[in-house]
Design a protein around this ligand. Structure first.
Ligand SMILES: [Cu+2]
Length: 112
């Protein structure tokens, strides 16, 4: 059986998959003992993949009343996936490098 889709349907499907990809995963790089970008805004339910593209080990954590996280030691080349389910502002820090700071804002699309 062959599935025939009109160009309009194809356009809708393409737009939908692009929106889904945007909502599902964001990638942040660690390089030069900095997060790049160092501030992101995501919708609830987004997984943020933090890649250690650096030459040194990192150790990610969040220590807030509304969210706790501890990656343990994050070796060079290792990704840490962090899922944000709840709205709010979250500071991702590195236990080894106190100057490292990633600001994550979790808010629904269209929110101010
Ligand atoms: Cu670090």
């Amino acid at each position: 059986m062959r599935l025939k889709l009109s160009p309009a349907t194809m356009a809708v499907l393409a737009a939908l998959s692009a929106a889904c990809l945007a909502a599902d995963t964001d990638v942040v790089s660690q390089r030069g003992r900095k997060f790049t970008p160092d501030a992101i805004r995501v919708v609830p339910g987004t997984t943020v993949r933090i890649a250690n593209d650096d030459r040194v080990t990192h150790h990610l954590y969040i220590d807030q009343s509304d969210m706790k996280f501890d990656s343990g030691e994050q070796a060079v080349g290792v990704d840490v996936n962090l899922r944000f389910d709840h709205e709010g502002h979250f500071a991702v820090r590195c236990a080894i490098h106190p100057t490292m700071h990633l600001d994550v804002t979790v808010a629904p699309e269209g929110a101010p």
